[in-house]
Design a protein around this ligand. Structure first.
Ligand SMILES: N[C@@H](CCC(=O)N[C@@H](CS)C(=O)NCC(=O)O)C(=O)O
Length: 205
């Protein structure tokens, strides 16, 4: 049976949970990270030397990095659906997944921590800069979704699994947001997926 380590309020764990839910795969989950600890234990670090969540184990095969886990599960169990087989469709999904890790998430994390987990923990100018960059990233997403139903085109893919938790987080931060109708339409469509509400609709903590 697949085994996943990670707390459910982690954006990176939520990506994997969403992917597992889309694929309908049975799995066991172990709470780990933040208040649950475990990630600094020798046993955990032997699997994931980064001391972060998520980590997946599949019949002795251990994998860390949330997007790599999503790609692995999608390739193994969702080839042609979650994991597109057409090279261009695959590249589009990959592109958004890489963008999530490198452009969207770093600044979103700074804003999120400053507003939710450790209010005032980030100097004001750094916070303002992070907010401006998150807004710019959300504008890029808004523009892209004006031209396609899903991130990869006409079909729901693993890119949705990877990006939905971050967009959910952004949309629920206690701050002002401008209207982005295409993002809203996409987010509402994501919430219609069978497992999405269980995984995403948690209070931000
Ligand atoms: N690039 C890694 C980042 C993993 C990461 O930073 N995980 C956070 C939670 S989202 C973490 O484990 N934080 C420490 C903790 O929860 O104790 C991935 O995508 O898996």
């Amino acid at each position: 049976m697949l085994k996943l380590w990670g707390r459910t309020n982690s954006l990176n764990v939520q990506k994997v949970l969403f992917c597992l839910g889309e694929l309908g795969l049975p799995f066991e989950r172990v709470d780990a990270g933040m208040q649950f600890g475990l990630v600094k234990s020798a046993e955990y670090m032997a699997m994931n030397p980064n001391s972060v969540v998520p980590t997946l184990e599949d019949d002795g095969f251990v994998l860390w990095e949330s997007n790599a886990i999503v790609r692995y599960l999608a390739a193994r169990h969702g080839a042609g659906t979650l994991s597109p087989t057409d090279p261009r469709a695959r590249a589009q999904a990959d592109r958004w997944m890489d963008w999530q890790q490198t452009s969207h998430n770093p600044m979103l994390t700074k804003v999120f921590w400053n507003l939710v987990r450790q209010p005032g923990g980030v100097p004001q100018d750094e916070f303002n800069d992070a907010c401006a960059k998150v807004e710019r990233a959300m504008d890029i997403l808004e523009e892209a979704l004006a031209h396609s139903v899903w991130l990869g085109g006409e079909a729901f893919t693993m890119a949705e699994c990877a990006l939905a938790p971050g967009v959910h987080r952004y949309l629920h931060l206690p701050m002002e947001r401008k209207a982005r109708p295409n993002v809203t339409r996409w987010y509402e469509a994501v919430l219609e997926r069978p497992m999405a509400r269980n995984i995403l609709l948690l209070p931000l903590t």
